[in-house]
Design a binder for this molecule. Structure first.
Ligand code: FSO
Ligand code: SF4
Length: 511
């Protein structure tokens, strides 16, 4: 076995990548990432608990999330930096975990992958200057204790603790985003690419987009969002830039096809970057945590090379009308917490009057598997008196469909990025509050898709909140051992998706 990694949904044979990643991560890179995680665990044994160190640790964890950093040199240098700062004799090696008994390996993996996802969210808040002592302490503590032996029930309670602290972390990120860029407002986003030079910005980082918008203002270069950057159009402090024009393409797994020979520069701010193809490798730029060999990594936040490349490539000669996967040319986004809270009474009144029979939280990550058409079919099958709340990149399966409205409320309500899961959770809680019942009694069904570790920590947050009957697909995580899976099924009634028809019927009957 050259490597071992089973942290994402596309892991080989739904058991583990052992000779190279399905994601294109080499065995060498996977082992370097394990070393990086080992180095932060060792560093956490007695490092000073300050802002600088938590930033280093969250950055390291984020770099090892799926489809973020494929650059051996970058990972090696960062590991060395952490080792140089380390003042401990502890020499824990993450590889020990892969050799543990099935259940320990499963539960500790859940903790580690949840922590990686949380670190990604925390890092976005940190770059905007927001920290939370409880979140920092939890990350320091969890890493410090990671090498120790625990009983199964101790590990289970730690798994749920990851979910609890992640809720705090997401609340912090929501605060960071909305205080910095103001509350999102519903916004229609065009999929037409105007003629002339342009830059496509992918990933999740609002701060990177803002820096690029400032530096490219007045340059004649237009900016288009891609994938999870779509909700950026709805933040007033980003929306105000007139050269932030629209959205290019769909979800991450289609990038190799969609970027093929595109006459534009492409900037990746976070995951999900895929193997960069020859037809566009000369125009790909990475920044911050993300890196891919043989692409240009932006230094000191100076985006001049991206802007100059866009000018050189020149863009399309004429406006180009593009569409989502179902043929729609316009996407509606920006239904954040504030907008939905303002409408909570109206929503509950419509629900009590029977005009809205059920809300489906249909969202999560997209991915390459054929079975993911389930989510498109499910959306199409939802009855006209139901709503779909959605978030993350999985929405590209259906966000260009025109499913109409119910009394002025669009039937597809886009809450934002996966990073905005906090908004969706708060909306669910607010509905329960106005209804006067608990979340599991609201006519609300969770039908989620997962791909990587950010989805893992959101799932743990939903479990910490005791949300039951979550449907998860396209497959269940390979890192769940039989016993751990049985526990989740028994305690939380978590289910794997079946067919859209059957699941929809079960949801409509509250099962
Ligand atoms: Fe998608 Fe990728 Fe946002 Fe993930 S772009 S898959 S859960 O990184 O983070 O939803
Ligand atoms: Fe395999 Fe996913 Fe790990 Fe990549 S991130 S090596 S695809 S399990």
């Amino acid at each position: 076995m050259d490597m071992f990694c089973f942290q994402c949904e596309q892991t080989a044979h739904n058991s583990g990548c052992t000779s190279g990643g399905v994601c294109s991560k080499s065995a060498k890179c996977a082992n370097l990432q394990d070393d990086l995680i080992s180095s932060v665990i060792n560093f956490s044994q007695n490092c000073e608990r300050n802002k600088e160190n938590i930033k280093l640790i969250t950055k390291a964890l984020f770099m090892t999330v799926t489809n973020v950093n494929f650059c051996d040199e970058d990972i090696l240098n960062f590991t060395q930096e952490i080792k140089n700062l380390s003042k401990t004799d502890t020499n824990y090696d993450l590889k020990e975990l892969w050799r543990k008994d099935e259940d320990t390996r499963s539960l500790k993996s859940l903790i580690l992958f949840g922590l990686k996802g949380m670190a990604a969210y925390y890092y976005h808040a940190i770059v905007l200057g927001y920290y939370d002592q409880k979140v920092s302490d939890f990350i320091f503590d969890t890493l410090k204790q990671f090498p120790q032996e625990f009983k199964t029930d101790e590990l289970i309670s730690e798994v749920l603790k990851v979910g609890e602290i992640n809720l705090k972390c997401m609340e912090l990120l929501d605060k960071a985003n909305t205080e910095t860029y103001k509350d999102p407002i519903p916004t229609k986003v065009s999929c037409t690419i105007e003629k002339g030079p342009f830059i496509i910005v992918s990933g999740h980082d609002l701060h990177d987009l803002e820096k690029l918008l400032k530096q490219s203002e007045g340059s004649g270069v237009n900016i288009y969002t891609h994938g999870e950057m779509l909700p950026c159009h709805s933040y007033p402090e980003l929306k105000k830039y007139s050269h932030l024009k629209g959205n290019f393409g769909t979800a991450w797994q289609n990038q190799q096809k969609e970027f093929d020979n595109v006459p534009a520069a492409i900037l990746f701010t976070t995951n999900c970057i895929m193997k960069v193809q020859n037809s566009y490798k000369d125009r790909v730029f990475t920044t911050s945590v993300v890196n891919y060999p043989n692409t240009i990594h932006i230094k000191d936040d100076d985006f001049t090379p991206v802007i100059e490349t866009a000018k050189k490539l020149g863009g399309y000669k004429e406006d180009r009308k593009m569409t989502g996967i179902n043929g729609g040319n316009e996407l509606l986004c920006g239904f954040g917490r504030k907008t939905l809270f303002d409408n909570a009474n109206k929503l509950v009144t419509l629900m009590k009057e029977g005009k809205i029979k059920r809300i489906f939280l249909l969202g999560g990550c997209d991915g390459a598997k054929v079975g993911r058409n389930y989510y498109t079919e499910f959306a199409k099958l939802t009855p006209k008196d139901t709503l779909i709340l959605t978030l993350a990149c999985g929405k590209y399966r259906f966000n260009d469909l025109d499913l109409g409205e119910i009394e002025g409320i669009p039937r597809i309500i886009d809450v934002g990025q996966c990073n905005d899961a906090y908004s969706a959770i708060r909306i669910a809680q607010e509905l329960a509050h106005v209804y006067g019942c608990n979340v599991n009694e609201v006519p609300l069904s969770f039908v989620l898709s997962w791909y990587e570790q950010k989805a893992v920590c959101i799932l743990l947050t939903l479990l910490y909140l005791k949300i039951e009957n979550i449907r998860l697909g396209p497959s269940l995580p390979a890192f769940l051992s039989k016993n751990v899976l049985n526990f989740l099924v028994e305690k939380f009634k978590i289910k794997q998706i079946t067919t859209p028809q059957k699941d929809l019927q079960d949801c409509l009957f509250g099962r």
